[in-house]
Design a protein around this ligand. Structure first.
Ligand code: NAP
Length: 353
Protein backbone atom coordinates (compact mmCIF):
# COMPACT_ATOMS: atom_id res chain seq x y z
CA UNK A 1 0.00 0.00 0.00
CA UNK A 2 3.08 2.23 0.03
CA UNK A 3 2.48 5.25 -2.17
CA UNK A 4 3.88 8.64 -3.04
CA UNK A 5 2.51 11.45 -0.87
CA UNK A 6 1.98 13.79 -3.82
CA UNK A 7 -0.96 12.30 -5.72
CA UNK A 8 -3.68 12.10 -3.02
CA UNK A 9 -4.16 12.42 0.74
CA UNK A 10 -2.86 9.41 2.63
CA UNK A 11 -5.58 7.19 4.07
CA UNK A 12 -5.04 6.89 7.81
CA UNK A 13 -6.66 5.02 10.68
CA UNK A 14 -6.40 6.09 14.30
CA UNK A 15 -5.79 3.29 16.81
CA UNK A 16 -7.44 4.29 20.14
CA UNK A 17 -8.28 7.76 21.39
CA UNK A 18 -6.72 8.24 24.81
CA UNK A 19 -4.54 11.20 25.83
CA UNK A 20 -2.22 10.86 22.83
CA UNK A 21 -4.66 9.31 20.35
CA UNK A 22 -7.10 12.25 20.61
CA UNK A 23 -4.35 14.67 19.65
CA UNK A 24 -3.31 12.46 16.79
CA UNK A 25 -6.90 12.35 15.56
CA UNK A 26 -7.04 16.16 15.55
CA UNK A 27 -3.92 16.31 13.40
CA UNK A 28 -5.22 13.70 10.94
CA UNK A 29 -8.47 15.67 10.58
CA UNK A 30 -6.62 18.98 10.20
CA UNK A 31 -3.84 18.04 7.81
CA UNK A 32 -4.93 18.36 4.16
CA UNK A 33 -2.50 15.62 3.12
CA UNK A 34 -4.06 13.04 5.50
CA UNK A 35 -7.54 11.56 5.32
CA UNK A 36 -9.15 9.81 8.29
CA UNK A 37 -10.73 6.57 7.07
CA UNK A 38 -11.19 4.63 10.30
CA UNK A 39 -10.87 4.56 14.08
CA UNK A 40 -10.15 1.52 16.24
CA UNK A 41 -11.43 1.62 19.83
CA UNK A 42 -10.37 -0.52 22.76
CA UNK A 43 -13.21 0.68 25.03
CA UNK A 44 -16.64 -0.78 24.24
CA UNK A 45 -18.24 2.58 25.08
CA UNK A 46 -16.43 4.17 22.13
CA UNK A 47 -17.62 1.69 19.49
CA UNK A 48 -20.04 3.31 17.03
CA UNK A 49 -19.16 6.84 18.21
CA UNK A 50 -18.17 9.46 15.61
CA UNK A 51 -14.46 10.35 15.66
CA UNK A 52 -15.43 13.99 16.24
CA UNK A 53 -17.02 13.10 19.58
CA UNK A 54 -13.97 11.07 20.57
CA UNK A 55 -11.62 14.03 20.20
CA UNK A 56 -13.82 17.14 20.59
CA UNK A 57 -13.72 18.01 16.90
CA UNK A 58 -16.29 20.70 15.95
CA UNK A 59 -18.09 18.88 13.10
CA UNK A 60 -19.10 15.23 12.66
CA UNK A 61 -16.65 13.26 10.54
CA UNK A 62 -18.95 10.42 9.48
CA UNK A 63 -16.23 8.00 10.65
CA UNK A 64 -17.29 5.86 13.61
CA UNK A 65 -15.08 3.75 15.83
CA UNK A 66 -15.00 -0.03 15.65
CA UNK A 67 -13.34 -2.70 17.79
CA UNK A 68 -13.05 -5.05 14.81
CA UNK A 69 -9.48 -5.16 13.49
CA UNK A 70 -10.61 -6.91 10.29
CA UNK A 71 -12.95 -3.99 9.58
CA UNK A 72 -10.12 -1.44 9.82
CA UNK A 73 -7.80 -3.62 7.73
CA UNK A 74 -10.54 -3.86 5.08
CA UNK A 75 -10.44 -0.07 4.73
CA UNK A 76 -7.02 -0.54 3.08
CA UNK A 77 -5.40 2.45 4.82
CA UNK A 78 -1.88 3.59 4.00
CA UNK A 79 -1.04 4.04 7.67
CA UNK A 80 -2.18 3.52 11.22
CA UNK A 81 -1.46 6.01 14.02
CA UNK A 82 -1.03 3.55 16.85
CA UNK A 83 -1.48 5.01 20.37
CA UNK A 84 -2.79 2.29 22.72
CA UNK A 85 -1.77 1.98 26.33
CA UNK A 86 0.42 -1.04 25.55
CA UNK A 87 1.60 -2.39 22.18
CA UNK A 88 -0.01 -5.65 21.08
CA UNK A 89 2.22 -7.75 18.83
CA UNK A 90 -0.73 -9.70 17.39
CA UNK A 91 -2.43 -6.48 16.29
CA UNK A 92 0.79 -5.01 14.92
CA UNK A 93 1.47 -8.21 12.99
CA UNK A 94 -2.03 -8.12 11.47
CA UNK A 95 -1.74 -4.46 10.43
CA UNK A 96 1.79 -4.69 9.04
CA UNK A 97 1.24 -7.93 7.15
CA UNK A 98 -1.84 -6.35 5.52
CA UNK A 99 0.45 -3.65 4.12
CA UNK A 100 -0.50 -0.95 6.63
CA UNK A 101 2.40 1.22 7.75
CA UNK A 102 2.39 1.79 11.51
CA UNK A 103 3.54 4.88 13.42
CA UNK A 104 3.47 4.27 17.17
CA UNK A 105 3.82 6.14 20.44
CA UNK A 106 3.33 2.93 22.37
CA UNK A 107 6.67 1.72 23.71
CA UNK A 108 8.44 1.37 20.39
CA UNK A 109 11.67 2.92 19.09
CA UNK A 110 13.71 -0.01 17.73
CA UNK A 111 11.54 -2.85 19.01
CA UNK A 112 14.60 -4.10 20.92
CA UNK A 113 12.67 -4.64 24.16
CA UNK A 114 10.44 -7.22 22.47
CA UNK A 115 11.43 -10.88 22.56
CA UNK A 116 13.52 -12.20 19.66
CA UNK A 117 10.51 -14.18 18.49
CA UNK A 118 8.24 -11.11 18.50
CA UNK A 119 10.86 -9.02 16.70
CA UNK A 120 10.98 -11.75 14.06
CA UNK A 121 7.20 -11.68 13.73
CA UNK A 122 7.23 -7.92 13.16
CA UNK A 123 10.10 -8.14 10.66
CA UNK A 124 8.31 -10.92 8.79
CA UNK A 125 5.00 -9.02 8.81
CA UNK A 126 6.76 -5.97 7.31
CA UNK A 127 8.34 -8.19 4.68
CA UNK A 128 5.02 -9.83 3.78
CA UNK A 129 3.10 -6.55 3.68
CA UNK A 130 5.98 -4.45 2.30
CA UNK A 131 5.15 -2.14 5.20
CA UNK A 132 7.11 -0.08 7.71
CA UNK A 133 7.06 0.05 11.50
CA UNK A 134 8.17 3.26 13.27
CA UNK A 135 7.98 4.57 16.82
CA UNK A 136 8.50 8.02 18.28
CA UNK A 137 7.01 10.48 20.76
CA UNK A 138 8.34 13.35 22.85
CA UNK A 139 10.63 11.34 25.12
CA UNK A 140 11.68 8.95 23.82
CA UNK A 141 11.34 10.42 20.38
CA UNK A 142 12.02 14.03 19.53
CA UNK A 143 14.48 14.41 22.44
CA UNK A 144 16.67 11.71 20.90
CA UNK A 145 16.44 13.39 17.52
CA UNK A 146 17.54 16.74 18.98
CA UNK A 147 20.42 15.03 20.79
CA UNK A 148 21.57 13.28 17.62
CA UNK A 149 21.42 16.58 15.72
CA UNK A 150 23.38 18.38 18.48
CA UNK A 151 26.04 15.68 18.40
CA UNK A 152 26.66 16.75 14.81
CA UNK A 153 28.26 19.90 16.20
CA UNK A 154 30.96 17.91 17.97
CA UNK A 155 34.38 16.90 16.75
CA UNK A 156 34.20 14.01 19.23
CA UNK A 157 31.20 12.74 21.22
CA UNK A 158 31.90 11.25 24.66
CA UNK A 159 28.41 11.00 26.07
CA UNK A 160 24.83 11.91 25.31
CA UNK A 161 22.56 12.33 28.32
CA UNK A 162 18.85 13.15 28.15
CA UNK A 163 16.68 13.75 31.21
CA UNK A 164 12.94 14.29 31.25
CA UNK A 165 12.69 16.55 34.29
CA UNK A 166 9.01 17.13 34.98
CA UNK A 167 6.11 17.00 37.41
CA UNK A 168 3.75 14.37 35.92
CA UNK A 169 0.81 15.15 38.24
CA UNK A 170 -1.53 16.25 35.45
CA UNK A 171 -0.70 13.36 33.09
CA UNK A 172 -3.93 11.43 33.59
CA UNK A 173 -2.89 7.88 32.78
CA UNK A 174 -3.08 5.98 36.06
CA UNK A 175 -1.96 2.73 34.40
CA UNK A 176 1.17 4.35 32.96
CA UNK A 177 1.98 6.10 36.22
CA UNK A 178 1.56 3.07 38.44
CA UNK A 179 3.62 0.99 35.99
CA UNK A 180 6.44 3.48 36.68
CA UNK A 181 6.11 2.83 40.42
CA UNK A 182 4.06 5.86 41.51
CA UNK A 183 1.79 5.27 44.48
CA UNK A 184 3.51 1.99 45.39
CA UNK A 185 5.57 1.28 48.47
CA UNK A 186 9.26 2.02 47.72
CA UNK A 187 9.99 -1.35 49.40
CA UNK A 188 7.85 -3.32 46.95
CA UNK A 189 9.86 -6.38 46.00
CA UNK A 190 11.19 -6.18 42.45
CA UNK A 191 10.02 -2.58 41.98
CA UNK A 192 13.26 -1.35 40.33
CA UNK A 193 13.24 -4.29 37.93
CA UNK A 194 9.59 -3.81 37.01
CA UNK A 195 10.19 -0.09 36.36
CA UNK A 196 13.21 -1.04 34.24
CA UNK A 197 11.08 -3.36 32.14
CA UNK A 198 8.18 -0.89 31.84
CA UNK A 199 10.52 1.93 30.80
CA UNK A 200 12.77 -0.17 28.56
CA UNK A 201 11.76 1.83 25.48
CA UNK A 202 14.16 4.48 26.82
CA UNK A 203 16.94 1.89 26.53
CA UNK A 204 15.87 1.34 22.92
CA UNK A 205 16.31 5.05 22.29
CA UNK A 206 19.75 4.99 23.97
CA UNK A 207 20.77 2.12 21.67
CA UNK A 208 19.52 4.05 18.62
CA UNK A 209 21.62 7.09 19.58
CA UNK A 210 24.68 4.92 20.23
CA UNK A 211 24.25 3.50 16.77
CA UNK A 212 23.96 7.01 15.31
CA UNK A 213 27.28 8.09 16.85
CA UNK A 214 29.06 4.87 15.92
CA UNK A 215 29.42 3.47 19.44
CA UNK A 216 29.13 -0.28 19.89
CA UNK A 217 27.58 -0.79 23.32
CA UNK A 218 28.58 -3.81 25.33
CA UNK A 219 25.78 -3.43 27.88
CA UNK A 220 22.85 -1.30 28.97
CA UNK A 221 22.27 -0.82 32.68
CA UNK A 222 19.42 0.75 34.65
CA UNK A 223 19.62 2.65 37.92
CA UNK A 224 16.73 4.24 39.73
CA UNK A 225 16.05 6.14 42.95
CA UNK A 226 12.56 6.24 44.42
CA UNK A 227 11.50 9.14 46.66
CA UNK A 228 8.56 8.77 49.03
CA UNK A 229 5.77 11.31 49.45
CA UNK A 230 5.86 13.22 52.73
CA UNK A 231 2.04 13.56 52.74
CA UNK A 232 -1.08 12.38 50.87
CA UNK A 233 -1.97 13.77 47.43
CA UNK A 234 -5.25 13.13 45.64
CA UNK A 235 -4.82 13.86 41.93
CA UNK A 236 -8.36 12.86 40.99
CA UNK A 237 -7.36 10.10 38.57
CA UNK A 238 -5.05 8.53 41.19
CA UNK A 239 -3.83 8.97 44.76
CA UNK A 240 -0.27 9.19 46.00
CA UNK A 241 -0.50 8.30 49.69
CA UNK A 242 2.14 9.45 52.18
CA UNK A 243 5.12 7.09 52.20
CA UNK A 244 4.53 5.77 48.68
CA UNK A 245 6.60 6.53 45.59
CA UNK A 246 6.17 10.15 44.47
CA UNK A 247 9.54 10.62 42.77
CA UNK A 248 11.24 8.38 40.21
CA UNK A 249 14.74 9.34 39.07
CA UNK A 250 16.57 6.93 36.81
CA UNK A 251 18.58 6.30 33.68
CA UNK A 252 18.98 3.58 31.11
CA UNK A 253 22.70 3.85 30.35
CA UNK A 254 24.70 2.34 27.53
CA UNK A 255 28.36 1.50 28.11
CA UNK A 256 31.48 0.90 26.07
CA UNK A 257 33.81 -0.72 28.60
CA UNK A 258 33.82 1.57 31.64
CA UNK A 259 32.59 4.58 29.63
CA UNK A 260 28.98 5.65 29.90
CA UNK A 261 28.28 6.74 26.32
CA UNK A 262 24.50 7.23 26.24
CA UNK A 263 21.97 7.79 29.03
CA UNK A 264 18.27 8.31 28.67
CA UNK A 265 16.23 8.89 31.77
CA UNK A 266 13.78 10.76 33.89
CA UNK A 267 13.43 12.85 37.01
CA UNK A 268 9.67 12.57 37.54
CA UNK A 269 7.48 13.65 40.43
CA UNK A 270 3.78 13.12 41.17
CA UNK A 271 1.71 14.91 43.78
CA UNK A 272 2.31 17.90 45.99
CA UNK A 273 4.58 16.47 48.65
CA UNK A 274 7.90 15.30 47.26
CA UNK A 275 11.43 16.66 46.97
CA UNK A 276 13.22 14.92 44.09
CA UNK A 277 16.95 14.12 44.29
CA UNK A 278 17.63 16.86 41.71
CA UNK A 279 15.61 20.05 41.14
CA UNK A 280 13.04 19.83 38.34
CA UNK A 281 13.89 21.69 35.12
CA UNK A 282 10.31 21.46 33.74
CA UNK A 283 11.44 20.21 30.39
CA UNK A 284 13.80 17.88 28.55
CA UNK A 285 17.44 18.48 29.39
CA UNK A 286 19.62 17.37 26.50
CA UNK A 287 23.36 17.26 27.02
CA UNK A 288 26.05 16.18 24.61
CA UNK A 289 29.48 15.94 26.19
CA UNK A 290 32.51 15.94 23.92
CA UNK A 291 34.43 18.55 22.03
CA UNK A 292 32.66 20.95 22.53
CA UNK A 293 29.86 20.27 25.03
CA UNK A 294 26.37 21.07 23.77
CA UNK A 295 23.31 21.58 25.95
CA UNK A 296 19.73 22.61 25.50
CA UNK A 297 16.47 22.34 27.42
CA UNK A 298 13.27 21.74 25.47
CA UNK A 299 10.26 23.48 26.99
CA UNK A 300 6.83 22.74 25.55
CA UNK A 301 4.79 25.92 26.10
CA UNK A 302 1.14 26.76 25.38
CA UNK A 303 0.59 29.27 22.54
CA UNK A 304 -1.08 32.65 23.10
CA UNK A 305 -4.44 31.30 21.86
CA UNK A 306 -4.39 28.26 24.19
CA UNK A 307 -7.99 27.66 25.26
CA UNK A 308 -7.74 24.50 27.38
CA UNK A 309 -7.70 24.31 31.12
CA UNK A 310 -4.16 23.57 32.27
CA UNK A 311 -1.20 22.95 30.03
CA UNK A 312 -0.94 19.16 29.95
CA UNK A 313 -2.75 19.12 26.61
CA UNK A 314 0.21 20.91 25.06
CA UNK A 315 2.45 18.10 26.31
CA UNK A 316 0.09 15.54 24.77
CA UNK A 317 0.34 17.32 21.41
CA UNK A 318 4.13 17.37 21.82
CA UNK A 319 4.01 13.60 22.34
CA UNK A 320 1.56 12.78 19.57
CA UNK A 321 2.89 14.93 16.75
CA UNK A 322 6.35 13.40 16.26
CA UNK A 323 4.43 10.19 15.53
CA UNK A 324 1.54 11.46 13.41
CA UNK A 325 3.68 13.95 11.48
CA UNK A 326 5.89 11.03 10.47
CA UNK A 327 3.12 9.34 8.45
CA UNK A 328 4.21 10.60 4.99
CA UNK A 329 7.88 9.74 5.62
CA UNK A 330 7.01 6.31 6.99
CA UNK A 331 4.65 5.54 4.10
CA UNK A 332 7.49 6.44 1.73
CA UNK A 333 10.15 4.52 3.72
CA UNK A 334 11.60 1.13 2.88
CA UNK A 335 9.76 -1.86 4.38
CA UNK A 336 10.91 -3.03 7.80
CA UNK A 337 11.51 -1.38 11.15
CA UNK A 338 12.84 2.16 10.76
CA UNK A 339 13.88 4.61 13.47
CA UNK A 340 14.27 8.36 13.73
CA UNK A 341 17.84 8.12 12.58
CA UNK A 342 16.73 6.49 9.31
CA UNK A 343 14.00 8.95 8.28
CA UNK A 344 14.30 12.38 6.68
CA UNK A 345 13.48 15.27 9.03
CA UNK A 346 9.95 14.86 10.38
CA UNK A 347 8.64 18.41 10.19
CA UNK A 348 5.26 19.78 11.20
CA UNK A 349 2.89 21.21 8.63
CA UNK A 350 1.87 24.77 7.79
CA UNK A 351 -1.67 25.14 6.50
CA UNK A 352 -4.34 27.86 6.64
CA UNK A 353 -6.29 27.88 9.94
N1 NAP B 1 7.26 8.59 23.88
C1 NAP B 1 6.56 9.43 24.60
O1 NAP B 1 6.93 10.59 24.72
C2 NAP B 1 5.31 9.02 25.31
C3 NAP B 1 4.76 9.88 26.26
C4 NAP B 1 3.55 9.53 26.85
C5 NAP B 1 2.93 8.35 26.51
N2 NAP B 1 3.52 7.52 25.59
C6 NAP B 1 2.88 6.26 25.24
O2 NAP B 1 1.79 6.51 24.35
C7 NAP B 1 0.79 5.50 24.56
C8 NAP B 1 -0.56 6.16 24.81
O3 NAP B 1 -0.49 6.94 25.98
P1 NAP B 1 -1.82 7.64 26.56
O4 NAP B 1 -1.43 8.56 27.64
O5 NAP B 1 -2.61 8.14 25.43
O6 NAP B 1 -2.54 6.38 27.20
P2 NAP B 1 -4.03 6.27 27.79
O7 NAP B 1 -4.80 7.48 27.45
O8 NAP B 1 -3.93 5.89 29.21
O9 NAP B 1 -4.59 4.99 26.99
C9 NAP B 1 -4.59 4.97 25.58
C10 NAP B 1 -5.71 4.08 25.09
O10 NAP B 1 -5.38 2.71 25.31
C11 NAP B 1 -6.59 1.97 25.31
N3 NAP B 1 -6.54 1.04 26.45
C12 NAP B 1 -6.99 1.20 27.71
N4 NAP B 1 -6.76 0.10 28.43
C13 NAP B 1 -6.14 -0.77 27.60
C14 NAP B 1 -5.65 -2.07 27.75
N5 NAP B 1 -5.72 -2.72 28.91
N6 NAP B 1 -5.05 -2.66 26.67
C15 NAP B 1 -4.94 -2.01 25.50
N7 NAP B 1 -5.40 -0.75 25.28
C16 NAP B 1 -6.00 -0.15 26.33
C17 NAP B 1 -7.75 2.96 25.43
O11 NAP B 1 -8.33 3.00 24.12
P3 NAP B 1 -9.78 3.56 23.78
O12 NAP B 1 -9.63 5.05 23.82
O13 NAP B 1 -10.09 3.07 22.41
O14 NAP B 1 -10.72 2.99 24.81
C18 NAP B 1 -7.03 4.23 25.81
O15 NAP B 1 -7.68 5.40 25.38
C19 NAP B 1 1.26 4.66 25.73
O16 NAP B 1 1.87 3.49 25.24
C20 NAP B 1 2.28 5.54 26.40
O17 NAP B 1 3.26 4.82 27.11
C21 NAP B 1 4.67 7.84 24.98
Amino acid sequence: MTTSTADRPLRVIQWTTGNIGKRSLHAILARPDLELVGVYAHGANKVGVDAADLCDWPEPTGITATDDIDAVVALAPDACCYNPLWPDIDALETLLSAGINVVSSAAWITGGKQTEADQQRIAEACRRGRSTMFGSGAHPGITNMVAMVLSGACERVDEIRITESVDCSTYESAETQSAMGFGKSPDTEGLAESVRVESEVFAESAAMMADAIGATLDRITFDVTFTAATDDSDLGFMRIPKGTVAGVFGYHSGWVGDRNVVSVGFNWTMGHHVVPPKPLRHGHVIQVFGRPNMRTVLHCLPPADWDEEGFMGAGMIYTAMPVTNAVPAVVAAVPGVVTLKDLPVVAGRHFPR
